[in-house]
Design a protein around this ligand. Structure first.
Ligand code: AMP
Length: 399
């Protein structure tokens, strides 16, 4: 995949054209109301830009995991919220293909925006069925993919359609890819990756791919316990995966062979209960009592990790260093996040982070805005870190 072949929609002539924008409107909704508008507020400037350049803007997206048409997975409440945030009328069509939709688009004035109903109400969407893809493509003259977070799926609206129309990358897609290029493809060295989270087993491909790309790899969270245990350290009742000792040892051996540094915690915040306000203490990792569990990295580790980051120019972060949702076990993650934010603000570091829990942890630390780029894409971000080609991005680089 040659990323230089991506065509940004910003440079296309869209006047009078029907422009299909694949957005990610799969936002959290509770009680019929959108509970987190981040994705929508990020999307709006790109839609308004197209409208102001005289396009008819047709927004398509999946929502939830419906099996066929299901009113509880309608995009109507999301379209209403989008209109209210944009401060302009946005039309809604209660299907995403067919004669009624074609007519609604024909009636849309240039500069108008319409949201179409959930693409997953049609079974053709997820199997990338040509007949459904053709029906979608027939609605427009140009296709724009602005949904990086859905680009790891080869569905009709994310992949198939890009082969049937002139295909462009939207501003959010370009932003996401440029940030990942900055962190992974052509970074300012030395580079460091922080990989945390619960389990080694879910992140083996991420660790392996990152080892080939970064200079230093910090491993934290529950997954660090497996690495410690694999070296013969007793981690008591900590979350760990003994089945993956071999994996951990293989990763350490590969790092050594490649001349990469793997950095593990040297001390830990431990507790006997996994609940908010549980009595906690700090011990060296070699001194975890048999009835205790590691729930965060300790202050010596934070100081050491901060030093490691201080010596680097690029940081890529996925996964918390501890059970950050439960006080006080977020302190290690928050402290390191603040350090990365300070260095970024001072122009010393390019910092790119992503993944659902990571975004929540950075938000809790209050530093999201200070990072160079924070991706809200979960699965797609991880697959990119794994070094996999995303079908929705690859399809934009053909032709
Ligand atoms: P992941 O989805 O793999 O990125 O894992 C994120 C989850 O890992 C969060 O819910 C954290 O609470 C959890 N986590 C991080 N460190 C630990 C730990 N030492 N023990 C238990 N859970 C942890």
């Amino acid at each position: 995949m040659n990323l230089d072949k991506l065509k940004p929609i910003a440079s296309a002539d869209v006047r009078g054209k029907r422009v299909i924008v694949r957005a990610d409107l799969n936002v959290p909704v509770s009680g019929g109301k959108v509970s987190d508008v981040t994705r929508l507020t990020r999307l709006i400037p790109g839609l308004k830009d197209l409208a102001s350049r005289g396009a008819k803007v047709i927004v398509i997206s999946h929502f939830g995991r419906p099996k066929g048409r299901d009113p509880k997975d309608s995009l109507k409440p999301v379209a209403d919220m989008l209109a209210s945030l944009a401060g302009m009328p946005i039309a809604f069509a209660d299907d995403c293909v067919g004669d009624a939709v074609t007519a609604a688009i024909a009636n849309l004035p240039a500069g108008g925006i319409i949201v179409l109903e959930n693409t997953r109400f049609h079974t053709g969407e997820e199997v990338n069925r040509p007949r459904f893809t053709e029906a979608l493509a027939a609605l427009g003259d140009i296709y724009v993919n602005d949904a990086f977070s859905a680009a790891h799926r080869a569905h009709s609206s994310t992949e198939g359609i890009a082969h049937l129309l002139p295909a462009y990358a939207g501003p959010l897609m370009m932003g996401e890819i440029n940030a990942l290029k900055l962190a992974l493809e052509a970074p300012k060295r030395p580079t460091v990756a922080v990989v945390g989270g619960a389990k080694v087993s879910t992140k083996i491909p991420v660790l392996t791919n990152l080892l080939a790309k970064v200079d230093k790899l910090i491993i934290g969270g529950g997954m660090a316990n497996t690495f410690l245990q694999a070296q013969g350290i007793d981690v008591g009742k900590s979350l760990a995966e003994p089945d993956h000792h071999e994996t951990a040892r293989a990763i350490m051996a590969e790092a050594k062979a490649k001349g990469r540094e793997i950095v593990l915690p040297v001390d830990a915040v431990i507790a006997r209960e996994f609940k908010a306000g549980a009595a906690s203490s700090v011990v060296d990792v070699a001194a975890v009592p048999a009835d205790a569990m590691i729930l965060d990295v300790g202050p010596k580790s934070v100081a050491h990790l901060a030093k490691v980051i201080e010596g680097c120019h690029t940081l890529l972060w996925n996964g918390p260093l501890g059970a950050f949702e439960i006080a006080p076990f977020g302190e290690g993650t928050f402290a390191l996040a603040k350090q990365a934010a300070r260095m970024t603000k001072a122009g010393q570091l390019v910092s790119v982070a992503g993944g659902g829990d990571t975004v929540a942890a950075l938000n809790a630390a209050g530093v999201t805005e200070q990072f160079t780029y924070v991706s809200t894409a979960g699965g797609a971000f991880l697959e990119w870190l794994e070094g996999r080609e995303l079908p929705g991005v690859a399809a934009l680089t053909h032709g």
